[in-house]
Design a protein around this ligand. Structure first.
Ligand code: GAP
Length: 515
């Protein structure tokens, strides 16, 4: 595997190999030959993924007065998806080979072959490009049939009857369950506009060409917020928090004029009316700041507005927070204005009153979703992995510099030697003490240097070693994964010190460096 240094970034395939080797992510059902676009998370991966979701829930739900959470079912009524427009409009363009029947996703195939942007291209445009450029099936070299739409929803049958009435769907996005439960949640939580409803959960799409490891899968997880405001509300009370935040910005107009993205502060983007709605600007910057607060590299982000032909069927304006993946800037998080599209659709199809009473105007209103920050957990996982992955030349080892709050393991406890019983006993005692509070491991296999290296690759934040001095002084060494610096700390204050180090304190606050 090619390791990352100042000039070289690892590819998505190399990341997949690393993740499999270390137990972060495995190909799904691998012992039976794998399933394309399906992945299983291993021991380190599940910890990292849970930490990402925990930090997101804390920041976007628990620490906010204006957002509440919910957890909807994965299987939902066919009418939910009929109302939302997913059964008629949630599709990608498919190209099928006339001879060998190989199927590919039209826009992705053209982008790969011709290296042109294909965002938002529809059946007619795809057909025209295929014909003009005489594009053929890569497998057998024959022509494609006329392109057509392919619906991405996964149907399932509920119960023993397999007729059309028993068809339900695996949800294609978590969002619809928020709309379907909207009225009850508002009443139960006594929410007043503006407010948001958040959810984390699995989503399923029968992607034609799953690709790029976790980036495009058939089963994935989303962290979504529907943020509701009064119709026409453009004043965001939190805007001051982000006015000075700088981002690389690429509007739809800039794309039409073939211009590059420009870095500017949110204040400037609003003044120049590049971003028109304060709420939209706030959510874009706020979501970007969340990534940065957890160690992501600010240089790797930009925001890009959807061109008119790219907008989803429900969206009146949409900006993506994009990340510079090894295969280029791509969508990490979509932040769409969904207006009152979904609530109106569910009112129409269910016959239920989903309006709210506006105390000011004494009228019923249908709130608008001014912003829907919709983030894929698996894509966020990739972002944190890429930005943490580092090859340390001096150590000749990969060091996974994950933010301590995200690190799968906070501390690894080592006896200096495994054949000295008192060291092992003490190290086991320390491990028992720490595992009450933190995700920890106990490791006695191999030399101490080998053990440090193994944990550095796993992203383990701290190494705790019990040596002969520890037996006399009731203390231990703490080693930082990132700097390799070490200090000595009394065992009785170890929990508190680790807590503070995870919270961002420096190692030097707690003792003199011994290495
Ligand atoms: N509710 C809006 C919605 O679902 P989307 O742009 O289709 O919008 C939102 O999806 C996010 O979900 C994306 O930005 C991405 O992070 C993630 N996502 C979408 N499709 C995915 C896939 N096939 N594999 C992994 N993540 C995906």
């Amino acid at each position: 595997m090619q390791a990352k240094n100042e000039n070289v970034q690892i590819s998505i395939d190399e990341m997949a190999v690393f993740c499999r080797r270390k137990g972060f992510v495995y190909p799904g059902s691998e012992i039976y030959g794998s399933l394309s676009g399906i992945f299983d998370y291993g021991p380190l991966g599940v910890e990292l993924k849970n930490n990402i979701k925990k930090e997101w829930w804390k920041a976007f739900v628990q620490q906010r007065e204006d957002i509440v959470g919910m957890d909807g079912a994965i299987i939902s009524h066919q009418k939910v998806w009929e109302a939302s427009g997913h059964l008629s409009g949630f599709s990608d363009v498919i190209l099928e080979c006339k001879k060998c029947k190989e199927k590919v996703r039209g826009d992705v195939f053209i982008e790969d072959q011709l290296k042109i942007s294909t965002e938002g291209l529809k059946v007619k445009e795809i057909n025209a490009i295929v014909k003009k450029n005489k594009l053929k099936c890569l497998k057998c070299g024959n022509e494609f049939k006329e392109a057509s739409d392919f619906n991405l929803m996964f149907p399932v049958h509920l119960g023993a009857n397999k007729d059309s009435s028993s068809v339900a769907y695996l949800r294609g996005e978590t969002a619809q369950l928020i709309f379907a439960n909207f009225k009850k949640i508002v009443e139960n939580s006594r929410l007043k506009l503006p407010f948001g409803i958040a959810q984390i959960g699995k989503a399923f799409r029968n992607e034609i060409s799953p690709k790029n490891f976790l980036f495009r899968c058939r089963e994935f997880e989303q962290m979504e917020i529907e943020y509701f405001v009064k119709p026409e509300d453009n004043k965001c009370p939190y805007i001051k928090e982000v006015l000075n935040h700088k981002l690389k910005i690429l509007s739809s107009e800039m794309q039409e004029k073939n211009q590059e993205e420009k870095e500017m502060a949110i204040k400037q983007a609003l003044q120049k009316k590049i971003i028109k709605n304060e709420w939209h600007a706030y959510w874009l910057a706020h979501c970007n700041k969340w990534f940065i607060s957890l160690g992501a590299n600010p240089d790797n982000f930009r925001i890009r507005q959807h061109k008119k032909n790219e907008l989803a069927h429900y969206s009146s304006d949409c900006w993506d927070l994009e990340y510079k993946f090894p295969f280029g800037f791509k969508e990490l998080q979509g932040i769409a204005n969904r207006s009152d599209y979904d609530l109106q659709q569910h009112i129409k199809h269910s016959g239920q009153d989903l309006s709210l009473f506006d105390e000011e105007t004494k009228e019923k209103i249908i709130p608008h979703v001014v912003a829907e920050p919709s983030l894929g957990v698996d894509r966020a996982f990739l972002v944190f992995m890429f930005d943490a992955y580092d090859y340390d030349k001096k150590r000749d080892n990969i060091v996974l510099k994950l933010h301590p709050k995200l690190a799968p393991v906070k501390a690894a406890v080592f006896p200096l030697l495994k054949n000295k019983k008192p060291l092992v006993k003490k190290a086991r005692e320390v491990y028992s003490l720490l595992k009450e509070e933190f995700a920890c491991v106990y490791d006695e296999v191999g030399s101490i240097g080998r053990r440090y290296a193994r944990q550095d690759e796993a992203g383990t934040f701290l190494g705790i070693t019990i040596d002969f001095d520890s037996l006399k002084k009731n203390d231990c060494t703490i080693r930082s994964r990132d700097t390799q610096k070490q200090i000595r700390v009394k065992i009785k204050s170890l929990k508190d010190v680790i807590e503070q180090l995870i919270g961002g304190e420096k190692l030097s606050k707690f003792g003199k460096y011994i290495y």
